[in-house]
Design a protein around this ligand. Sequence first.
Ligand code: FAD
Ligand code: NAI
Length: 465
Amino acid sequence: ADQTYDYDVLVIGAGPGGYVAAIRAAQLGLKTACAESRETLGGTCLNVGCIPSKALLHASEIYEEASHGALAKFGIKFDNVALDLDQMHAEKAKAVKELTGGIEFLFKKNKVTWLKGRAAFKDAHSVDVGGETVTAKNIVIATGSSVTPLPGVEIDQQVVIDSTGALALPKVPEHLVVIGGGVIGLELGSVWRRLGAKVTVVEYLDQILPGFDGEVRKESAKLFKKQGMEIKTSTKVTGVTVEGGRATVSVEPSAGGAAETLDADAVLVAIGRKPNIDGLNLEVAGVKLTERGQVGIDHDFRTNVDGIWAIGDVAPGLMLAHKAEDEGVAVAENIAGQTGIVNHDVIPSVVYTMPEIAGVGLSEEAAKERGAIKVGKFPMMANSRAKTNRDTDGFVKVIADAETDRVLGVWIVASLAGTMIAEAAVAMEFGATSEDIAYTCHAHPTHAEAMKEAAMAVTGKPIHI
Ligand code: FAD
Ligand code: NAI
């Protein structure tokens, strides 16, 4: 280690970005510490994000299958299905504990020092962590993000909740109003709908899931409505008042018009997330922000200040755990003098509902803007495994450049979309053409065959439709 400093690398924040950066830096022989103010490692993702939400999505799906008769058609019958919500939460907590404990183990194994406490810059190479000053040659800002507040709507975590509150409701609400038809609203809205709540999603734009392919957005809304979720698009919330454990949500058309009110016993605010920079004292280090309040970085994750780097949700780009993780590896490699690169054009997005919704690369709309394209589509209805499993909702869509046939984007609505999208990401990372996918042998019978058939459909030659 460079004797001038306590550490070669100090990472601030132990989420998927920070903990991965710290482990990789240590693996590369750098003396590394990671400051984290939470009681446990793993950040938003492991503690109050990806992991607990997926635990509840999984459990609520099994409950719905058992209680609403989906299993009955396979000849599996129950006399009396009961929900033990406390047990469901306990099992979720166990998964979270095992995984956050796992990061602690990995820190020990890799000799990463966990500095417990909030970090604030004192200058470009020194940071106060819980009252102690620590110096480092390189500092990686990986402080993540938190819920964007809705002006005039106060989160009390009782009636008006954010995603953290929605992961821990002690009882199933009667009527949950979700503000924001994005990923959180649809995932957590699905959880509570499956467990018995009436769910109304209020979305400001004319469609849910901004950023996703247009056809996927339309199909998803159709499926969520079929499942019993009410979705009010082009609608804005103008206020929420709480009285006696109930909320009155005032809404009106986004473009203006007649107002109405919704009565609810729970209101989930899920209108996006904002970078965590408060209290970091970035100004004393001279670190510049972007116009959107993120820590500004270049392609190598360097901020404007030599030796200070930033990754994950606090930096520009998609706010996703796997994006943060990949940046964590890359920034550590760059600090060590290697060439760490993340291809931000090939980062998959997945919504873990049923069916799952996934995409990587350009939407059809964005691809068309870029130039001439060919599109191949294959419905899950025509996939033999989906038919066998009775989960035929959705489709696979492959978008390729009309001239070169290079795959520009893949979009999937299917029960296993989140797993299937990995194949598309690998193909795109290798610069594959739709023909490359079409002529790759896919095992039968699998949902993945729908990817091959959609690729075959790009040239108009699928077999099974
Ligand atoms: P974070 O995970 O936010 O970690 C930052 C850490 O820094 C935190 O632990 C925080 O306590 C700590 N910190 C902040 N400031 C300081 C400070 N000054 N000093 C010390 N420590 C500090 N993404 C997916 O890819 N898949 C999913 O399924 C998914 N599901 C989600 C579900 C929910 C409900 C939510 C809210 C998010 C979900 N996400 C998901 C997003 C994902 O959680 C984030 O993209 C990811 O956690 C970002 O990682 P990060 O390391 O940048 O920051
Ligand atoms: P989001 O950006 O996905 O969706 C927010 C939605 O709220 C948008 O559709 C937006 O148009 C709408 N909106 C904004 N202001 C509004 C208003 N005033 N009234 C009504 N609607 C309004 O944000 P969300 O769902 O809060 O999630 C935050 C982030 O967390 C996501 O961007 C995602 O990156 C991450 N996440 C990822 C998950 C996954 O990968 N499966 C799961 C959950 C979260």
